[in-house]
Design a binder for this molecule. Structure first.
Ligand code: ATP
Ligand code: MG
Length: 476
């Protein structure tokens, strides 16, 4: 059953129960009060009649000491008509509880009389035919007689009013139910609108449309739920996009890897086949073996680089405070014996937060690229500057440069601007991909500026550790 239908159904049940019970109790309360009032009046009337009877009895000529039945009848018939147009209903019974006088239509049985005691008023409500009466009884002790006076007071009106009350309430209930259903139907469908929107959104998402968002129409709990749902959808969409990107990147990587493997393997297989199938002269044999050796070396470099990338990713960076000069000293010792280039170091001494081994790898790769891109004798500079945001390393060369449209691609694995040139330097196109990965572990990235023919400048920022922080570190 739909949620909105449940709301309507419960409203109907609540209205029916509330009106049913309240109506029943209200009508009954009014009835009880009216009946009580009528009983009071009936008893008063009985008391007045009794008093009138006794007074009239005293006025009867005292021929006998005992009041005769005929006198009783006389007085009773006077009381029956006295003061009222349509007459009263009364009955006078003697000591044996036998009727001495009874008004026409006084059909009540003598049950009340049987239970009536001395000197007390009693009453009960009786139904005679279609009408209801209050039947009262009292004793009259006068002139040696102990008589009983009974009256009947018509209270059918009170019962009719009760019946009328029930009918009115029943109609009111039906009207309220119809109204309640209509009003509640609109309210329920308005209230459940956000739920329907959310349902639609979940269905759309389940069908693969992650960009679908539920419209938020209110700021109540359901509005909040819609907002949270949309936030969750946003996060999911981003995760899926990221996953898709990663899957795509992995596929590209495997494709490029297979391609990069194929080229050296084709050469190796080709030259090896030539060596084993034909008798070559010594010069050609050495040339073939050389090819096999260099291509094999390239494969070795490539596999080592790949291993570096995988290991770095798995192990992460172990950050520590590193003095900048320890890094530059390492570079100096590695590259200065190469006297074909003019290598210049210009740096500010400072302390940085880094994994020294990994940052050395980055700097070595950048210098290696700079060397490969430069003509012999060209100048290559390594700068180190303390900046507001951190410590910046820059490797600058005046070599061939990189076309602007290639700049965004060169950090992709296996990407080389000029493949034959890179391969001639044993390049695998993995150096910058490794650098980018290492810098990501340091919350940093490569910033490359280049102009073809003018050279390239590659820089990156690292967190600098200020003097005060070092002291704090020592104290800690
Ligand atoms: P590897 O570093 O794996 O030995 P590689 O140097 O070719 O091979 P990357 O370091 O990733 O690979 O560089 C990618 C490409 O970017 C290079 O092939 C080269 O074309 C270009 N490149 C990188 N640095 C420079 C530079 N300083 N000047 C000109 N081109 C560069
Ligand atoms: Mg390189």
């Amino acid at each position: 059953m739909k949620f909105s239908h449940k709301l309507v159904l419960w409203t109907v049940i609540i209205i029916a129960l509330t009106l049913g019970f309240s109506g029943y109790f209200f009508v009954n309360y009014v009835f009880e009060t009216s009946l009580e009032r009528e009983v009071g009046q009936a008893l008063d009337e009985n008391s007045i009649l009794r008093f009138a009877f006794e007074t009239a009895a005293l006025n009867v000529p005292a021929k006998y000491d005992l009041l005769q039945d005929s006198s009783v009848e006389q007085i009773a018939s006077n009381l029956e008509t006295g003061g009222q147009g349509d007459g009263r209903l009364l009955r006078i019974c003697d000591e044996e509880k036998q009727a001495v006088f009874a008004s026409d239509g006084f059909d009540a049985d003598d049950e009340l009389l049987r239970s009536a005691g001395e000197n007390q008023y009693s009453y009960r409500v009786v139904r005679l035919g279609e009408r209801y009466y209050i039947h009262t009884a009292s004793n009259i002790n006068t002139l040696g007689r102990a008589l009983y006076l009974e009256t009947l007071r018509d209270v059918s009106q009170v019962f009719e009013e009760r019946q009328m009350g029930f009918v009115v309430y029943r109609r009111l209930m039906i009207l309220m139910l119809v109204l309640g259903v209509v009003v509640m139907y609109f309210i329920a469908s308005g209230l459940t609108k956000p739920i329907r929107r959310l349902m639609r959104a979940t269905r759309e998402m389940a069908a693969g449309d992650y960009s679908y968002r539920a419209k938020q129409a209110s700021s109540d709990e359901l509005g909040q739920l819609t907002q949270d749902f949309n936030r969750m959808a946003e996060a999911l969409e981003q995760s899926f996009d990221k996953l898709e990107g990663e899957v795509q990147a992995r596929e590209d990587f495997v494709g490029a890897f297979a391609h990069e493997l194929k080229t050296p393997l084709t050469s190796i297989i080709g030259y090896a086949d030539m060596l084993r199938s034909r008798k070559l002269d010594e010069e050609k044999s050495i040339l073939s073996a050389n090819y096999i050796y260099t291509e094999g070396k390239r494969l070795e470099t490539m596999s080592l680089r790949l291993l570096d990338i995988i290991v770095t990713k798995r192990e992460g960076a172990k950050l520590q405070t590193v003095p900048v000069d320890s890094l530059t000293e390492y570079l100096r010792s590695m590259f200065l014996p190469n006297d074909s280039m003019e290598l210049q170091f210009d740096y500010e001494q400072a302390y940085i937060l880094a994994d020294p081994g990994l940052i050395q790898t980055v700097l070595v790769n950048l210098l290696d690229n700079a060397f490969k891109a430069s003509e012999p004798g060209s100048r290559i500079e390594v700068h180190g500057r303390s900046e507001e945001k951190g410590y910046r390393f820059t490797v600058r060369d005046y070599g061939i440069g990189i076309p602007a449209e290639e700049l965004s691609k060169i950090t992709q694995a296996f990407y080389m601007v000029d493949k034959s040139r890179s391969r001639s330097h044993n390049g695998a196109g993995l150096g910058l991909a490794l650098c980018a990965q290492i810098l990501a572990l340091h919350d940093s990235r490569l910033e490359i500026g280049s102009a073809p023919g003018e050279g390239t400048s590659v820089s990156f920022l690292l967190r600098e550790v200020k003097k005060e922080e070092q002291h704090e570190e020592i104290r800690a």
